[in-house]
Design a protein around this ligand. Structure first.
Ligand code: FES
Ligand code: FES
Length: 211
């Protein structure tokens, strides 16, 4: 039985698309649960959704409007928004990478503001309007996506949903950003492929389209 549980956890880590997932996930578990609970997890007592510490907190329905669709979710209120989007709503566009609000891969729009879904607990977004990369639309989003295609920005693509969400956030609140303002806004999003120059050029192109 023990062997079976260990195998299940390993399989879950292998399935995740991000190469840093295992290390970051375990770090996340360590900071989100108390030591006794962490020991139970290590001993295989929780074989289900260990990331959010399900079952350890008081439950109350969470209401999210995601891409215009309302979801009433019976989930731990301290679960990060990213888990709810990816694992419970089935929207996998926002990506997991650092898990500590340092890379921008998981960005979504919360009431039109870009936020790192990996660290935002559901309790903070109960009743909010969420837009993920799957649901972006409108004039600004159209300009950003046309500019992205025009500059052939994407390489591996892993960081791209977060980059595009950040660009939409910037141009929605500042239609004519200076190069310094583009740099400052986009600097918070990491790209392992180093597509930084094309990303900045595409944001500038989108701003020109919107002028
Ligand atoms: S995964 Fe890096 S900021 Fe959320
Ligand atoms: S395109 Fe590969 S990480 Fe940015």
């Amino acid at each position: 039985m023990e062997g079976g549980k260990a195998e299940g956890a390993d399989a879950a880590l292998r399935r995740h698309p991000c190469p840093n997932f295992g290390q970051s996930m375990l770090a996340g578990v360590a900071v989100r649960v108390s030591l006794p609970n962490f020991m139970l997890i290590r001993n295989g007592a929780f074989s289900g959704d260990i990331r959010a510490g399900q079952g350890m907190q008081e439950r109350k329905m969470i209401r999210l409007t995601v891409n215009g669709e309302t979801h009433d979710l019976d989930l731990d209120r301290e679960m990060p928004l990213l888990w709810a989007l990816r694992d419970h709503i089935g929207l996998t566009g926002a990506k997991y990478s650092c898990g500590i609000a340092q890379c921008g891969a998981c960005l979504v729009l919360v009431n039109d503001m870009a936020m790192p879904a990996c660290v935002v607990p559901l309790s903070d977004v109960d009743g909010a309007e969420i837009t993920t990369i799957e649901g972006v639309n409108g004039r600004v989003a159209d300009a950003v996506m046309r500019a992205w295609i025009g500059r052939d920005v994407s390489q591996c693509g892993y960081c791209q949903p977060g980059q595009i969400i950040r660009a939409i956030d910037l141009l929605s609140h500042n239609a004519d950003p200076s190069d310094a303002e583009i740099e400052e806004a986009m600097d918070a999003n990491l790209c392992r492929c180093g597509a930084y120059q094309r990303i900045r050029e595409a944001v500038r192109d989108a701003a020109i389209m919107l002028a």
